[in-house]
Design a protein. Structure first.
Length: 181
């Protein structure tokens, strides 16, 4: 490798000639010439092109046609090559695995939401039971006939009269109906 590099550095004109020769060879290669059209026009002038001659040129005036067209064809789904089939299978497997993970996550989320909902219902039921017990105790005290005292807006103690007791009894009965089901 070193000797090739030393050779190229010692003779720059050879390196320049090689650099110019490669594009020239590629330009005049059979593949480049294969896509060339050659025809005579009405005045007898020879034309070269990679495009076909105009429709006005008669077939006998066409001197050379391309042997093979060098036009890329777009790949379509119907012309899928067999090597891409394993990739498609892998993509399908990856997609199905992803869908499976999404479905599992969705199921887990639904289960977590259902569990949270049940826990909230249990907490609400427990709170309702506590409120029910407290209301029942207040109703027992109210029905016992003992003197009941309320604190008014000024912070003074006021003894409840019969009308206030009846109002309080109705309020507590409503609480019992609400919480004791």
């Amino acid at each position: 490798m070193r000797s090739l590099l030393q050779f190229a550095m010692s003779r720059p004109h050879v390196l320049l000639a090689a650099a110019l020769a490669i594009p020239t060879v590629l330009l005049f290669s059979p593949a480049a010439q294969a896509a060339q059209w050659k025809w005579l026009d009405a005045q007898g002038v020879v034309h070269y092109s990679d495009l076909p001659p105009p429709a006005a040129v008669p077939a006998r005036s066409i001197l050379q046609r391309p042997t093979q067209t060098v036009m890329p064809t777009p790949a379509t789904a119907s012309t899928a090559s067999p090597p891409s089939a394993p990739t498609t299978t892998k993509q399908q497997q990856a997609a199905s695995a992803l869908e499976k993970k999404i479905a599992e996550k969705k199921t887990a989320d639904q289960a977590a939401q259902e569990q949270a909902k049940q826990q909230q219902q249990q907490e609400q039921t427990l709170q309702n039971q506590q409120n029910c017990l407290q209301a029942q105790k207040q109703l027992q005290i109210l029905d016992s006939g003992q003197r009941m005292v309320q604190i008014d807006a000024q912070g003074q103690r006021v003894i409840m009269d019969d009308a206030q007791r009846a109002d309080e009894h109705a309020r507590i009965a409503g609480l019992i109906a609400q919480y004791c089901r």
